[in-house]
Design a protein around this ligand. Structure first.
Ligand SMILES: NC(=O)c1ccc[n+]([C@@H]2O[C@H](COP(=O)([O-])OP(=O)(O)OC[C@H]3O[C@@H](n4cnc5c(N)ncnc54)[C@H](O)[C@@H]3O)[C@@H](O)[C@H]2O)c1
Length: 256
């Protein structure tokens, strides 16, 4: 039995990594997927892989940090499919110049906040009213394990942005849970996606440090995170609200 039959899901940043895997896995579970992605070629490629596998998906070019685009992605979902059941705020950036507060420039800080925090805000701003009209909906926000732990290889803008996503998720859960709209966060550990692998390829020491801290001795796979998102988008999670799912192979419980 498919777990997302008749559900409509917007997945931001679905042109790569976990977002692309999510589009494919959500569609395989019967969802109709809106691929809301900044990179037009990548977004269309995702749609092509979904439709080739017999699934339903459409692309809408979206920069999640831009208010008109955020409104447009929700309008697109409503116009195409007539409803909106899940907003999967997955798009996020981790630019190379983001390091410690003492050597990160303001432009990098602002760019990270614009995509990772304002992007989640704007998606919610336009999606939640539609969900409230329906009396149901699921907001799935992607935070990170770095929102829970300090890291000796700092990425301070990214870390702060993911902390903001977690706090915002709790506030949304409390505000809208009583009207059928649930909000939850996922905190992935290091996952084998282009975002992380391109960065770690250039920094073997950072890669080894991360592997050494993980009790499982490996990085996670996109589908290992998306499985939690499928649960959160489905009716199986109807009483799950304000939760943070840490999916990190146990890094965050490892003292030594
Ligand atoms: N990979 C990891 O180890 C890891 C760990 C914890 C959390 N995360 C988070 O998971 C999410 C997905 O990460 P990933 O590793 O799959 O990333 P990725 O870089 O592989 O994919 C991100 C996608 O988002 C798109 N994107 C970037 N800026 C955008 C914007 N302004 N508007 C719309 N789309 C935009 C990119 O074009 C890309 O297709 C991110 O929020 C990331 O911070 C990743």
């Amino acid at each position: 039995m498919q777990r997302l039959t008749d559900k409509v899901a917007i997945i931001t940043g679905a042109g790569s990594g976990m977002g692309r895997t999510a589009a494919q896995m959500f569609a395989a579970e019967g969802a109709r997927v809106v691929v809301a992605e900044f990179d037009e070629r990548a977004g269309n490629e995702t749609v092509a892989t979904v439709t080739a596998a017999g699934g339903a998906a459409t692309f809408v070019r979206t920069d999640v940090s831009n208010e008109d685009d955020a409104r447009g992605m929700v309008d697109h979902a409503m116009a195409k499919y007539g409803r909106l059941d899940a907003l999967y705020n997955n798009a996020g950036i981790m630019p190379e110049p983001d390091h410690s507060v003492v050597d990160t420039d303001v432009a990098t800080w602002d760019r990270v906040m614009a995509v990772n925090v304002r992007g989640v805000f704007l998606g919610c701003k336009y999606a939640i009213p539609r969900m409230l009209e329906q009396g149901s909906g699921s907001v799935i926000n992607v935070s990170s394990f770095v929102a829970l732990l300090g890291c000796s290889v700092p990425q301070d803008a990214y870390t702060a942005s993911k902390g903001a996503v977690l706090s915002l998720t709790r506030s949304l859960a409390v505000q809208f849970g009583g009207r059928g709209v649930r909000s939850n966060a996922i905190c992935p550990g290091p996952i084998e996606t282009p975002l992380l692998m391109e960065w770690l390829l250039k920094d073997e020491a950072a890669k080894q440090l991360r592997l050494a801290r993980n009790p499982t001795g490996r990085f996670g796979k996109p589908e290992e995170v998306v499985n939690a998102a499928i649960y959160l988008a489905s009716d199986e999670s109807r009483w799950t609200n304000g939760a943070q799912f840490v999916i990190d192979g146990g890094i965050s419980v490892n003292y030594f």
